[in-house]
Ligand binder design. Structure first.
Ligand code: 8YV
Length: 318
């Protein structure tokens, strides 16, 4: 199909500028988020849409309700590895292809996981606030927690989990993990339950997928098992953690602290987390480097171009 006859619905504005520019130069694009009345806009253009471009972000994705409004939809290309915000069953039911951006973001997501781990354990952000506030002249900054020799417990040992393991090993950490099925291919210590891993871990690092199947796997019991000297690091999805239980565990001193890049209601972050010195917070930026966002943008575009040409897409989810 000639590219300009290929109609692409762009779901929201949070896509890399390079991807937006490529999409607009190549295809006919429709900007859903700009429509004052999205319902009326979908009535008008819905039947001509061939593709959706979206991201893994919770406010983006592609719901069953949106998919239903697009009777000629053939492909959904997402700028992200996680696809929990896309209704995969609705896509599958109509043989709509879904693509994501695996591999290209492994290093940067793992880097941010280690950055959060190091920051919350060594109290880097807290020490920065202390120094800026001129408190050094009044006394020494309190002691922090050594990383080397500690157990890094990784929940979900996929590509990102393994990239975290490699980094944590270089810091002298002992790697334990939980996966539902055994992984004879990896040399680390497997736990059969998240509870057992939490009991053993000094740092519980979440790298598992989001979605209904993993919702609130990290609950009050797991946090209590993690214990008052241990930390939670979340670079997966906010939905994986019961955020209210996390707030209570922090308030009661049941865990030592947390490093969080993802939250249950993004972009909202509860005040109870924002005010704590032993919580390091970043706004879902694990993959947000120039290099990785560029690689993701190119992969989204290449998937869409391949589909429009009639070729197989590169990174298909369903
Ligand atoms: C976001 C992510 O999708 O890849 C994922 O699953 O969570 C992120 O990379 C990306 O930031 C776009 O919003």
């Amino acid at each position: 199909m000639a590219s300009k006859q290929f109609n692409v619905l762009i779901k929201g504005k949070f896509l890399p500028p390079r991807l937006m520019a490529n999409l607009e130069a190549t295809f006919t694009t429709f900007r859903l988020w700009e429509a004052a009345d999205q319902n009326a806009y979908l009535n008008e253009i819905g039947s001509k849409i061939d593709a959706i471009v979206t991201s893994g972000n919770a406010v983006m994705g592609a719901s069953a309700a949106l998919i239903e409004r697009l009777p000629n939809l053939k492909v959904i290309c997402s700028n992200g590895v996680g696809y929990d915000a896309i209704d995969i069953e609705a896509a599958r039911a109509r043989d709509i292809i879904v693509t994501n951006t695996p591999e290209v973001l492994n290093d940067c997501v793992a880097d941010l996981g280690m950055a959060l781990l190091l920051d919350v354990a060594r109290r880097v952000s807290e020490a920065d606030r202390f120094t800026r506030a001129g408190k050094w002249t009044q006394g020494r900054f309190p002691l922090s927690c050594k990383i080397g020799g500690k157990v890094c417990g990784i929940v979900g040992l996929g590509n990102i989990g393994q990239a975290v393991a490699k980094r944590a090993q270089a810091f002298g950490m002992d790697i334990h993990y939980y996966t539902p099925r055994s992984r004879p291919d990896v040399p680390f210590t497997r736990h059969e339950t998240i509870m057992s891993l939490a009991q053993r871990a000094d740092f519980l690092v979440l790298t598992l997928p989001g979605g209904a199947a993993t919702r609130h796997l990290i609950n009050a019991d797991i946090l209590q098992a993690l214990g008052p000297k241990s930390y939670l690091i979340n670079i997966a999805r906010g939905s994986v953690v019961d955020e209210q239980a996390l707030i209570q565990a922090l308030e009661k001193g049941q865990i030592a602290g947390a490093g969080l890049d993802v939250f249950e209601q993004e972009p909202q972050v509860p005040e109870a987390l924002r005010q704590r010195d032993n919580v390091v917070i970043t706004p879902h930026i694990a993959s947000s480097t120039e290099e990785t966002m560029g690689a993701m943008a190119d992969l989204v575009f290449e998937n869409l171009q391949a589909f429009a040409r009639g070729d197989a897409v590169l990174t298909r989810v369903v």
